[in-house]
Design a protein around this ligand. Structure first.
Ligand code: NDP
Length: 297
């Protein structure tokens, strides 16, 4: 058996096209141009890449886009002031602070400085609470992207057994809430879970958001399951010569080759969940702009 590959790039392209069409409509009919501000502190190469791509894709969708790059030694009060200024800027409808921040900055305090209406990463306590309460919320981008892929692949998710490995506020917890809201029976697994392989084998839907390269093995997967691999891990190349030359590549949290043999569907990494994250960020910014303009409750 060979699993079908869920190509996140195709789904992300479709979502970006929908966002672009909606932005054009909002600009033409309401004079409203959704605006996204991205803030990056420091020089982490992966974060720089993500931030560049977010800015470029926002512009390509016809949105207003600003990127603030701050030095790694930016003080907490300077950071809070910038976020507060963006929060007060009527041209900005969504604010994303690229995480992780340098250790000396208090992430919780920075996120708390973004008003829930502009929190397009869905990280504020208000948005996390609204998601749990089943109220309209801005929901974290990667989890929303996972749900879009699952619904596009499986259709109705009602009654499916879902196992989410990882319980971070950014990924694991919101994915579990979205799956629960979609009427799945959800298990959250983590580093203290006993007999993780057996727990994973119960899953019709297995979501891996761990940050450990290729941890989920083929024999942890129920035959025919849908496997969503959120992990982005940089590892040395398999070939010894390339590895010795310091060459690295991205792999997921799932052993992809083994998963292909057992699963019904699997997302590749890269090219699965990753592209969806930025597309959902644009979608969330449009949603935020519409709500702030009173065009959607
Ligand atoms: P965190 O480090 O915040 O959380 C990791 C989670 O995995 C924790 O809940 C931890 O459990 C759990 N875990 C760690 N080791 C094990 C183990 N051996 N067995 C079972 N569970 C374990 O990571 P994130 O949630 O932020 O990210 C997860 C992965 O997703 C990373 O690879 C990250 O790069 C990627 N990512 C990808 C994105 C995308 O756009 N595709 C966006 C965001 C993240 P415990 O709580 O017990 O410590």
């Amino acid at each position: 058996m060979s699993a079908q590959i869920i190509d996140g790039r195709i789904h992300a392209e479709r979502l970006r096209a929908e966002v672009g069409a909606e932005v054009a409509l909002l600009r033409a009919e309401h004079g409203l141009q959704p605006g996204l501000a991205v803030v990056l502190v420091g020089e982490d190469p992966a974060s720089l890449g993500y931030v560049k791509s977010k800015g470029e894709q926002a512009l390509a969708a016809g949105m207003h886009s600003v990127t603030h790059r701050l030095p790694a030694d930016t003080r907490q009060d300077e950071m809070i002031r910038l976020v507060a200024d963006l929060d007060a800027d009527p041209l900005i409808h969504g604010i994303l602070v690229q995480l992780p921040l340098p250790k000396h900055l208090d992430e919780n305090a920075v996120i708390a400085a973004i008003s829930p209406d502009k929190d397009v990463d869905g990280l504020s306590v208000a948005n996390a609470g609204r998601l749990v309460a089943g109220l309209p919320a801005l929901v974290a981008c990667t989890p929303t992207g996972c749900l879009i892929l699952l619904k596009a692949t499986l259709g109705d998710l009602t009654g499916k057994r879902a196992v989410v490995v990882g319980r971070s506020l950014l990924v694991g917890k919101p994915i579990a809430q979205l799956l629960l809201a979609a009427d799945c029976t959800v298990t959250m697994a983590h580093s203290r879970t006993v007999d993780l392989p057996a727990v994973c084998r119960e899953a019709d839907i297995l979501v891996a958001a761990v940050g450990r390269p290729r941890m989920i093995r083929g024999d942890w997967i129920k035959p025919g399951a849908c496997v969503i691999d959120v992990g982005i891990n940089r590892v040395p190349f398999d070939h010894p010569e390339q590895a010795a030359a310091g060459k690295t590549k991205i792999v997921g949290d799932v052993n992809y080759k083994e998963a292909l043999e057992v699963a019904g569907w699997v997302t590749p990494a890269p090219g699965g969940v990753g592209p969806m994250t930025v597309a959902v960020l644009l979608h969330n910014t449009v949603l935020a702009a519409k709500r702030q303009a009173g065009l959607e409750i």
